[in-house]
Design a protein around this ligand. Structure first.
Ligand code: ARG
Length: 460
């Protein structure tokens, strides 16, 4: 039989062709070939060290696994075919190359602990890659922030102009979010980084294995404490998917703002031509497709998280084949996050900031009304009274087609006799921004401190 299963002994009939294709995960789990081989090498070394197999067998297993790895990497050995999964593929190839010694590799091991190891090793590496991509993005944010510490713009609530801020402050809000994303991923990796190898099918094994040795060889911080948990647990997938979904949520908010800022209604920024597209019919268009796609792809990653949670919901212990469905969800989420983190940082780095438009928008929205109220409060009025007068000033401006800065002293005195010349300085936009001296606010000292905090994070 061309594709005889390793477990064929118990069966009188081969698996139906359609069922076999349905059952096979090789076409997607083949991307874990390196982790599978590394796990097998560590296992073979442990089997020899504990005397479970001979040193000579382990040596030939490890050497052949190294050759298989090389052949896969060079393209000499193709990972497609009718194998059941990557674990069976590698083992079958090993046995084809070295015969009986290859058949000894699976002693004191099950595919259940094998796949649990492979997924953890794979996720650990990919998570580290995503962390460094996030740090790259945070670095780009910091660079743009550094160039815009004095760029005044309206800060918004309800998408209504609210209070003046500097653009650096707005950008640094995203830096803080992505820094927490890094923390979340690293935290999940820390919990995940325990070796389930040696859990075997679910109950452990009768062989005198050394799980700690395998764990150490594979860079784990220790071993999982319960063999049933070791093969059943996929909560590390859920945690990482949740962290990736949060990254996408942050990217989608940022994308949404960039899309708005690019519109003629705002024109706060202009994206570089190399990160925008044209229209097939409207010659004037310059569309922020890249930012839109990042926003759109967020839905996929949310879907991956929900798929994973749903696969695990109500699943009895220990391994069930449902769990094979973990991989496409995590792979898709990883691929999507990496794609987004490849295009988003350079798009942001090349974004031109239209400082004059930001300032013009800040001048038009009465966003210094709070500062007028604060000014009146400092003149001795209770804040609620000052707030009311400031509101009346805004209403008067709207009626007269003016802004707070262009009201005459007489007009101000008509609203409140305590107003003097100092009002113009108090409601000047630069004053408004620089006077926001509270920690974490938009004032220059705070923005400088935030930038230093971000840089410290990146250097650590
Ligand atoms: N391809 C399987 C998976 O990804 C490997 C584990 C199979 N174990 C089993 N008992 N059939 O889940």
């Amino acid at each position: 039989m061309a594709n005889e299963k390793m477990w064929a002994g118990r069966f009188a009939k081969a698996l139906d062709k359609e069922a076999d294709d349905f059952n096979s995960s090789l076409h997607f789990d083949n991307r874990m070939y390196k982790q599978d081989i590394e796990g097998s090498m560590a296992h073979a070394a442990m089997l020899a060290a504990t005397g479970i197999i001979s040193a000579a067998d382990a040596e030939s297993i490890i050497a052949a696994l190294g050759e298989i790895l090389g052949d896969i990497q060079s393209g000499k050995l193709s990972l497609c075919g009718d194998g059941e999964d990557i674990h069976m593929f590698v083992e079958a190839e090993l046995t084809r190359r070295i015969g009986d010694a290859g058949k000894r590799l699976h002693t004191a091991r099950s595919r259940n602990d094998q796949v649990a190891v492979d997924v953890r090793l794979y996720l650990r590496e990919e998570a580290q890659g995503i962390v460094s991509m996030l740090k790259g993005l945070i670095g780009v944010i910091a660079e743009q922030a550094e160039k815009n510490t004095e760029t005044v713009m309206p800060g918004y609530t309800h998408l209504q102009r609210a209070q003046p801020i500097v653009f650096a402050h707005h950008l640094l809000a995203y830096a803080m979010m992505f820094m927490r994303d890094v923390d979340r991923i690293e935290d999940a990796v820390k919990r995940m980084n325990l070796s389930p190898l040696g859990s075997c099918a679910l109950a452990g094994t009768t062989y005198p294995t050394d799980r700690a040795m395998e764990a150490k060889a594979l860079g784990f911080d220790g071993i999982t404490r319960n063999s049933i948990d070791g093969v059943s647990d996929r909560d590390f997938c859920v945690e990482l998917l949740a962290a990736f979904a949060t990254v996408m949520m942050h990217l989608s908010r940022f994308s949404e703002e960039i899309i708005l800022w690019c519109s003629w209604e705002f024109k706060f920024v202009e994206l570089d031509d190399s990160y925008t597209t044209g229209s097939s019919i409207m010659p004037q268009k310059k569309n922020p497709d890249i930012a839109e796609l990042v926003r759109g792809k967020t839905g996929r990653v949310y879907g991956d998280l929900l798929a994973m949670l749903t696969v695990l919901k109500g699943l009895p212990l220990a391994y069930n084949k449902d769990m094979q469905e973990d991989k496409e969800a995590i792979f898709d989420a990883i691929d999507t996050v990496k794609q987004c983190l490849t295009v988003f940082p350079p798009m942001l780095a090349g974004m031109r900031v239209c400082k004059e438009n930001m300032l013009a928008a800040a001048q038009k929205g009465f966003i210094n009304a709070t500062d007028l109220a604060d000014y009146l409060t400092k003149k001795g009025l209770p804040f609620r009274t000052a707030y009311k007068i400031s509101g009346q000033a805004v209403a008067y401006c709207i009626k007269e087609g003016k802004v707070l800065d262009s009201l005459t002293l007489e007009e101000y005195r008509g609203l409140c006799p305590q107003v003097d010349e100092g009002v113009y300085e108090a409601i000047d936009l630069y004053t408004c921004v620089t006077k926001r001296i509270s920690a974490g606010g938009t004032g220059p000292d705070s923005v400088k401190a935030q930038l230093a905090f971000v840089k410290e994070f990146l250097e650590a």
